[in-house]
Design a protein around this ligand. Structure first.
Ligand SMILES: NC(=O)c1ccc[n+]([C@@H]2O[C@H](COP(=O)([O-])OP(=O)(O)OC[C@H]3O[C@@H](n4cnc5c(N)ncnc54)[C@H](OP(=O)(O)O)[C@@H]3O)[C@@H](O)[C@H]2O)c1
Length: 301
């Protein structure tokens, strides 16, 4: 039995990975969380941890001896990272380095996630070898996390993604679910015709993780959806697919949104390398929305 340990047990990504492995045999999944009481899956293999307490973190992980650690823990609220830089650094950089060092001792694989926010958005979408130039503190900490892990570990898979969406049993919000909730309540929303991206259905991250484990894939891989769109176009597609009134959505010019952290204007990721390595066709927005819709209906009943 191979042991896979996930940090950030309540993240959207960890939830998708747990669901993915629920139909696979040969793997034991362990979940670490800052609040394991919340976790509704894997009840017998969930452990609360203070990620900043390196001694406890090490003793828990060495006690389990996982073959693979998948690091889903992160401070993902980009504006909050500007306000609370030390927490952002601990979560997005230092924790990754600690996990990489633990993996080096155990000769285990680390799979960790990064973002297109390591780029400045001048000329996206970006390939894996694009030149990073983060605009935000979030982007800087995620880039530091990548570099720190690369400096200590060879058995390392870095999966970069962007605008991840999917269901969350713990109420973790994302841009797409935020738009759905607003339109469902009949609220008007102003959405910029900018911040280009390729929204990523979280299930594609779970599938990529499973292939990276099987293939023992080292290096950096971009995993993202097949549609390259600006935020307004995404909102319009959501309204059409989910049956909401698109008159509620007003376009506003790129750069006109007052957000604390600067975002890449033309972000997004080119995914050929990951498609080839993992043998996966990633999910388009319409298909992802359809799956999200089914999931939301199932939750209501
Ligand atoms: N969401 C996106 O659009 C996006 C885009 C590109 C890349 N990514 C990357 O993909 C990974 C997974 O993202 P996600 O969207 O699935 O995450 P998420 O749903 O936002 O969950 C992140 C989890 O991290 C843990 N966490 C929160 N604050 C923390 C802190 N200060 N220190 C340590 N852990 C903390 C929490 O889990 P516990 O309390 O259970 O530990 C939380 O549920 C992250 O590395 C993220 O940077 C996400």
């Amino acid at each position: 039995m191979r042991k896979i340990l996930l940090t950030g047990g309540t993240s959207k990504t960890a939830e998708a990975i747990v669901k993915y492995y629920s139909s696979e045999t040969g793997y034991d999944i362990y979940l670490l969380s800052s609040d394991a009481d919340k976790i509704i899956f894997n009840k017998d293999k969930k452990i609360s941890v203070d990620y900043c307490n390196k001694k406890d973190l090490k003793s828990i992980i060495y006690g389990i001896e996982p073959n693979v650690i998948v690091n889903c823990a992160a401070m993902t609220n980009v504006d909050q990272c500007e306000k609370d830089k030390s927490t952002a650094w601990n979560a997005n950089a230092e924790l990754v380095e600690t996990l990489a060092k633990i993996c080096r001792v155990m000769e285990s694989r680390l799979i960790t996630f990064s973002t297109d926010y390591i780029f400045d958005g001048q000329d996206g979408p970006y390939g894996e070898t694009g030149l990073p130039n983060p605009l935000s503190y979030y982007g800087r900490t995620k880039l530091a996390g990548e570099n720190l892990a690369l400096s200590v570990l060879d058995n390392l898979t870095i999966i970069r993604s962007n605008v991840v969406y999917g269901s969350s049993s713990y109420g973790n919000v994302d841009f797409i679910r935020w738009v759905i909730e607003k339109l469902n309540n009949g609220s008007s929303i102003k959405i910029i015709e900018g911040q280009w991206c390729n929204p990523t259905y979280v299930h594609d991250l779970a599938r990529s993780v499973s292939r990276a484990i099987i293939n023992e894939s080292n290096g950096t891989f971009n995993v993202a959806g097949t549609d390259y769109l600006n935020r307004y176009e995404i909102a319009v597609k959501i309204a059409a697919r989910m049956g909401f009134d698109n008159e509620l959505i007003a376009p506003i010019p790129p750069g006109s949104l007052k957000q604390l952290a600067k975002r890449p204007e033309k972000g997004g990721l080119i995914t050929f390398k990951a498609e080839n390595e993992f043998g996966i066709k990633f999910t388009g927005l319409e298909e992802g929305l359809e799956m999200l819709k089914i999931d939301m209906i199932v939750r209501l009943h």
